[in-house]
Design a protein around this ligand. Structure first.
Ligand SMILES: [Fe+2]
Length: 559
């Protein structure tokens, strides 16, 4: 932030600008002051260059000074002024028939739009820059590169790949080797995201070779780091560790904490995937600390997600969920324009990890009850089908899927001999079983989910007529999601073999559910029949008549 404060008291005043100095000289010294980090002096020089060029009629200098001043103003969060300067630069270049400088102004305007999150305007500016700057390969290469970045933010990986390929082609024709190195690096990143690891391998190797020759240490480090990520994805753990450590040495030297955070993450992943869980935990914790120091929400979110998977591997499921919840909150805070990433894609990937962790935990509960193998997965699938039939939205579907996986979590506290007892349960034993919804909630104490899944766990055994447990809720007091999981849970229990009875056929189970119809609301029963592709006739005659009337009402409403 040193570039936005004034000179300290007692410091020599900046020298006065000579009005007779030529515009070109002023532009040159403005660039020098900017490179030296003396931003206020740079602004003064750019403004003087613009005034001098206006008088002398050096239009190219004026267009260039206006555009560069726009970049400086934008970095100082003066967006309106920056865009106005770009427009002026474009007008001057157009008036004097200098299409390349006009295209430069458009390219800069596009970058400003990206940073402000106006992606359609940015893409339009880059496309116009491409057309107008036909004569400059170097400019076209940069405009293509910028279009690739926009495609990447949209999650359009194929589009990004094509833009980066065109950018590489332009850099090659312009004989710009360093530009090629940047294009190879970007191609490596997008190829890795597309799981084209062989291609990514080649791109990172080429980019790094040029970076070494050109002495671009940061690019070398980034190539090593992202190549390490590719090695890890290909399970080449030794190569991954070696490259990540080498990148860490570079970032240490450069003092870039956000990149160091990413390098520690890759090392942590390697340790986790090779079974060294304590080391993995330690490296990922270092990664999170560095991300916090650097203020990098993206790195903090990614490393928190990876740490959650370490805890899951250690069987510390509660902590795994706590870290996944934290990571979810961080991903939601990401800013596509600042982090230049596909935020939606990141959140989706995290939800995939979340589902995998919860599914595995649900599955491990089943292993204590040998008769219910696959129960949670079937209940989750059928519950989502019922929820869809009720027209619930994506957020509710995710809530129901996760709640269904964990609905019987509390059963881990029920003694094995009660859970698997072949004969009828005594009253006391049944009372123990009835505690499992409450114990499930106890096990999740202190865990705040992004989705409202606890009501499903607590109330999936409640009944519409008030005869359920643990709280004897009635009618609409029972949340819809809990009723949905409740009905498919009963159906699954009836159609699978249990310690105390053989599996029923689908038809017999439907008859049985018909007898229990007062346990759920009519809309839930109707949606359940629809999800299973059944007609009310599948239920017993008495229930079927009620359901036919309910279905008629539902259709009447829909019409
Ligand atoms: Fe249950």
């Amino acid at each position: 932030m040193s570039d936005v404060i004034g000179p300290p008291v007692g410091a020599p005043r900046p020298r006065r600008l000579d009005p007779a100095r030529r515009a070109a000289d002023l532009l040159l010294s403005a660039k020098e002051r900017e490179r030296a980090g003396c931003i206020l002096e740079a602004i003064e020089n750019y403004e003087a260059a613009i005034s001098a060029a206006e008088v002398s009629g050096e239009h190219a200098v004026m267009a260039e000074a206006l555009r560069r001043l726009a970049v400086v103003r934008h970095k100082r969060d003066e967006g309106d002024e920056a865009r106005r300067l770009c427009d002026r630069s474009y007008d001057v270049a157009r008036r004097t028939d200098n299409p390349v400088l006009a295209a430069e102004a458009l390219n800069t305007l596009g970058v400003i739009h990206v940073r402000e999150g106006s992606l359609p305007e940015a893409a339009a500016a880059f496309r116009r820059a491409l057309e107008m700057g036909e004569a400059s390969r170097e400019l076209r290469a940069r405009a293509e590169q910028n279009l690739g970045i926009i495609a990447n933010i949209h999650g359009d990986l194929d589009g990004a790949l094509s833009s980066y390929e065109r950018s590489l082609d332009e850099y090659r024709r312009a004989n710009d080797e360093h530009g090629c190195a940047i294009a190879y690096h970007n191609l490596g990143m997008v190829s890795a995201d597309l799981a084209r690891f062989e291609d990514a391998d080649g791109y990172f190797t080429k980019s790094r070779a040029i970076a070494e020759k050109a002495g671009d240490v940061l690019l070398q480090g980034l190539c090593l780091l992202n190549h390490a990520d590719v090695h890890a994805a290909r399970q080449r753990f030794e190569e991954a560790r070696r490259d990540a450590e080498a990148s860490l040495a570079i970032f240490d030297q450069l003092g870039t904490r956000d990149h160091k955070s990413a390098a520690y993450r890759v090392i942590g992943i390697v340790y986790r995937e090779t079974g060294r869980l304590a080391l993995a935990e330690s490296r990922l914790r270092s990664s999170i600390d560095l991300a916090l120091q650097a203020g990098s929400v993206l790195n903090e979110a990614e490393s928190t997600q990876e740490l959650a998977v370490v805890y899951q591997s250690m069987g510390r499921n509660q902590e795994a969920l706590q870290y996944l919840n934290r990571s979810h909150g961080l991903f939601k805070r990401l800013d596509a324009k600042r982090d230049l990433v596909d935020v939606g894609g990141k959140v989706l990937a995290l939800e995939g990890t979340y589902l995998a962790v919860v599914r595995e935990w649900g599955g491990s509960i089943e292993s204590s009850d040998s008769y219910t193998h696959g129960h949670c997965s079937r209940v989750a699938e059928n519950a989502v089908a019922v929820a869809r039939a009720l027209g619930l939205d994506e957020l509710e579907l995710t809530t129901i899927r996760l709640g269904a996986y964990l609905h019987d979590l509390g059963k881990v506290k029920v003694p094995h001999e009660i859970l698997n007892k072949p004969g009828p349960l005594t009253r006391d034993e049944f009372e123990v079983i009835q505690m499992h919804p409450v114990w499930g909630i106890d096990l999740l104490e202190g865990i705040e989910f992004p989705w409202d899944i606890k009501p499903i766990i607590r109330w999936h055994h409640e009944k519409h007529d008030g005869t359920g447990y643990p709280d004897r809720l009635c009618g609409d007091e029972i949340p819809l999601a809990a009723q949905i999981v409740g009905i498919v849970d009963v159906y699954d229990a009836l159609t699978t073999t249990r310690a105390y009875r053989p599996a029923m056929t689908h038809a017999a189970a439907m008859q049985e559910i018909g007898k229990m119809r007062r346990s759920w609301s009519e809309p839930v029963m109707v949606a359940f029949l629809e999800a299973l592709g059944e007609q009310p006739a599948a239920l017993n005659p008495d229930a079927a008549e009620v359901m036919e009337r309910a279905q008629g009402r539902a259709q009447g409403r829909a019409a």
